[in-house]
Design a protein around this ligand. Structure first.
Ligand code: FAD
Length: 407
């Protein structure tokens, strides 16, 4: 919960117009937008710079998100290095079905590992735009969010002392396990939750992908996915029980299941390689409404979590960050508060749209493995429809690419 202005070890607290909590894609994008407009801000991050620049996670970026980064001078390296994806492939009932979404929407995905984007954003913020950032901070707390003089305090990793930073606004960009969302008094936020009751074993393999696009294997024994990340590294997912022990998945078991669940007539099997990441994700979602509490503005996973079913989380984090960064600049440089006033509503429209699509897609991935013959039948019908009805394929492509004109 938000606390009264704390006792500080520093005689006069520093002041920044904006304190950004969390240096993930959302926080660093907000920080970069502020710095480009000459607005001073401080980013607080619990991890070290080396840690956040190496943490592998997402990789699929929607075209509008990359254009948004490009417009703000943040996509230089990404556009040089990212791979363009124009199609995906479903595998079910022993066959392969390719869906060329670029032909349907004129749009494509960019594949660029999240830690490379974070590396680019930190470099631009701290080394090029002169933004201030403190790594390795501990015990971050928010204070007086309902007044016009909020502050943020943290324990400095070097001195061990609690430092206090006064500010006008706090951007809560500290992800799903951060502190900003929990600083909101109980009863003020409505948190809507959804649990799929499914786990995914998330894997990174040191091996090239066996196809030039994302593969979705919809198999009666469980979903399997293959997502190229770079020429040397590929992400895989295997459906498993929630809370499953990753150590129960030996190298042999992983590759046997991947080969089985992704098998299709005429398709090359996955290329086996050393597994460099192996962890179980319990698939669940939440949405916090509203996303604004006094002077605190939540963005990205701090406000809403979306299971990686449709690869939407980082895209939503960037969407929030563009709106929040631009709206803070409008207020702080032009006294225009219209963006901040509509921030929560505008973000949540896209958030709910993407949540609904993820839920729909989840049934496509997992329905065949429920053991329920009725759901297996309807899942198969839904899959076939994507490849027999151009209208159904176009609707899928629009949602998968996030190209709807309005949400
Ligand atoms: C395996 C996996 C695959 C995924 N694949 C995709 C994909 O392909 N496409 C996609 O769009 N999304 C994907 N996602 C989701 C995506 O990674 C997240 O949605 C994205 O990281 C959200 O960005 P963020 O900036 O909101 O939060 P984060 O990236 O979580 O950043 C929050 C930052 O805050 C820091 N922090 C935490 N607590 C504090 C604190 N108390 N004080 C200060 N700092 C703190 C954290 O260290 C972190 O650096 C995937 C996620 C996973 C786990």
């Amino acid at each position: 919960m938000t606390q009264r202005f704390p006792h500080s070890n520093s005689p006069t607290p520093q002041h920044f117009p904006v304190v950004v909590v969390g240096a993930g894609p959302a926080g660093l994008t907000v920080g970069n937008i502020l710095r480009a407009a000459g607005v001073d801000c401080l980013v607080l991050e619990t991890g070290t710079r080396e840690f956040i620049e190496r943490r592998p996670r997402a990789g699929v970026l929607e075209e509008w998100a990359v254009r948004g980064l490009e417009r703000r001078g943040l996509a230089g390296r990404l556009l040089d290095r990212a791979e363009r994806h124009t199609a995906c492939e479903f595998r079910f009932a022993g066959e392969r079905y390719r869906l060329s979404y670029q032909e349907l929407t004129g749009s494509h995905h960019w594949v660029y590992p999240q830690h490379l984007l974070v590396t680019d954003l930190v470099r631009e913020y701290a080394d090029v735009r002169g933004g201030r950032i403190r790594f390795g901070v501990r015990d971050v707390r928010l204070h007086d969010l309902d007044g016009d003089r909020p502050s943020v305090s943290y324990v400095c990793p070097r001195s061990g002392r609690r430092e206090v930073v006064a500010c006008d606004f706090v951007a809560g960009c500290d992800g799903a396990r951060g502190v900003t969302r929990s600083s909101v008094a109980p009863g003020r936020a409505r948190v809507a939750r959804h649990d799929y009751g499914i786990g995914w074993l998330a894997l990174l393999a040191e091996a090239p992908a066996s196809a030039d696009c994302v593969l979705f294997g919809c198999h009666p024994d469980g979903f399997a996915g293959q997502m190229p990340r770079s020429p040397e590294v590929t992400r895989y997912y295997l459906q498993c029980p929630p809370g499953d022990d990753p150590d129960s998945w030996s190298h042999e078991r992983v590759w046997t299941e991947l080969r089985r669940r992704l098998a299709a007539a005429g398709a090359a099997p996955p290329v086996e390689g050393r597994l460099i990441e192996k962890r179980v994700l319990d698939m669940h979602d939440y949405v916090t409404e509203p996303m604004v509490f006094g002077r605190l503005f939540l963005a990205g996973d701090a406000a809403h979590l979306i299971a990686p079913i449709a690869a939407k989380g980082m895209n939503l984090a960037l969407h929030d960050a563009f709106l929040l960064g631009d709206s803070l600049v409008a207020l702080l440089t032009r006294d225009d508060d219209s963006g901040l006033a509509g921030y929560s509503r505008e973000c949540l429209r896209r958030v709910w749209d993407y949540q609904e699509f993820s839920q729909w897609l989840s049934e496509l991935y997992h329905g065949a493995a429920t053991g329920d013959p009725f759901r297996s039948g309807t899942t198969l019908a839904r899959l076939h429809r994507l490849f027999t009805s151009p209208t159904a394929a176009a609707a899928f492509a629009e949602q998968y690419l996030g190209t709807a004109a309005r949400h």
